[in-house]
Design a protein around this ligand. Structure first.
Ligand code: SF4
Length: 361
């Protein structure tokens, strides 16, 4: 293995200024060393009575390990739910910090470990609890609706948590009751829902460093050279990109849309990690990452989340060997945060019987 250095990622703060946060790429593992490391991880998962749950955006090696060891590859809520239903005493979350927290909130009795506790999310970073709480206090007439990509403390301050697959329905439901909404943190997702529902929504200001970089003009050019391709877009993308979509939806929604639409090729505007699952499900179909203006241009992520990329085979093995990197959530904050998650799940049970919780970035 060889050491790698942190990179500094720029993200948009709630006040419009630019923030910086480090992302540390995982140590590089030589292909010849991989089989032994994978075998050791498999053995330790059994010995530790642990299950590996991975997000669609992590490296394909980890996705394959999760699936082949009885774990799951999914979005954050489904990861947490799967971990809850699995009999294992330990849940290992390969994703970013808010996903580990969500897993702990829904599974307070279990041990939740992460290969990397410092794996951030620009939406979470741009929503510090003190400022967000003040903003909520300034608008007591509004129902506070937050996206899954937030800290446990922000969820504890909210009335509802939503994922991207159910956000529109919950906002429409609140709008029909005459409620005004304060929505956080993703401004593009909020704009999209506002346009779909016509609800009175006051937005927090934040964006995802991956989705914000998709470019409409380059997408137009890509479509010209792939005339049969359908365009699948996550709603954290800018409005100009969403406007060109054949389907707009959550990560799981995007995979299901590709299965349904039966096109020979797809241009996909979300983190490129998802293409691994799409190619496995639909072999022979051509999947293309939507353009972020090219690797030599302005993009920081180039359609790959730098914090998701912090999950590697090396730190996954280490966390299983040492049992460190345990996710801890203050029990009182966890209890309050669980209320707004369960409100969404109860709504889904009544209004969307097929809802599986899918939909974060
Ligand atoms: S892809 Fe975007 S929304 Fe998802 S974890 Fe990374 S920064 Fe956050």
């Amino acid at each position: 293995m060889s050491a790698v250095h942190p990179i500094q990622i720029r993200f948009e703060r709630f006040d419009g200024r630019t923030g910086l946060a480090p992302a540390i790429p995982p140590t590089v593992i030589a292909p010849a060393d991989k089989p032994a490391i994978i075998a050791r991880i498999r053995k330790l998962l059994k010995e530790r009575d642990a299950v590996l749950v991975a997000h669609y955006y992590v490296h394909p090696d980890i996705q394959d390990l999760a699936e082949s060891t009885g774990g799951v590859v999914s979005d954050s809520l489904e990861m947490a739910r799967f971990g809850h239903e699995h009999p294992g005493k330990t849940v290992v979350v390969a994703g970013v910090r808010f996903m580990g927290e969500t897993a702990k909130i829904l599974n307070p009795e279990k041990r939740v470990l992460m290969p990397e506790l410092e794996a951030e999310c620009s939406l979470d970073l741009a929503t510090p609890i003190d400022e967000f709480s003040k903003f909520c206090d300034q608008h007591p007439d509004r129902v506070v609706v937050v996206y899954a990509n937030t800290s446990a403390a922000v969820k504890a301050r909210a009335d509802w948590m939503v994922t991207s697959s159910i956000a529109e329905k919950i906002v429409a439901h609140l709008h029909a009751q005459g409620k005004k909404i304060l929505f956080a943190p993703d401004k593009h997702l909020g704009d999209y829902i506002q346009r779909q529902t016509g609800a009175d929504m006051l937005m927090w200001n934040a964006s995802c460093v991956v989705h914000d970089e998709f470019k409409a003009q380059q997408l137009e050019e890509m479509k010209l050279s792939h005339p049969k391709a359908k365009v699948l877009v996550h709603p954290e993308s800018p409005p100009s990109v969403i406007a060109m979509a054949d389907f707009v939806g959550s990560t799981t929604g995007i995979i299901m849309a590709a299965e349904r639409m039966k096109a020979p090729e797809y241009i996909v505007a979300t983190d490129g990690g998802i293409l691994h699952q799409m190619r496995k499900k639909l072999p022979g179909v051509n999947f293309i990452e939507a353009p972020t203006a090219g690797k030599g241009a302005t993009c920081q992520s180039c359609a790959h989340c730098p914090w998701m990329a912090m999950n590697g085979l090396g730190n996954l093995l280490e966390v299983l060997e040492r049992g460190h990197n345990e996710v801890r959530v203050d029990p009182e904050i966890g209890r309050k945060a669980k209320v707004c998650i369960e409100r969404m799940l109860d709504f889904a049970k009544t209004n969307l019987p097929t809802f599986k919780g899918s939909g974060d970035a």
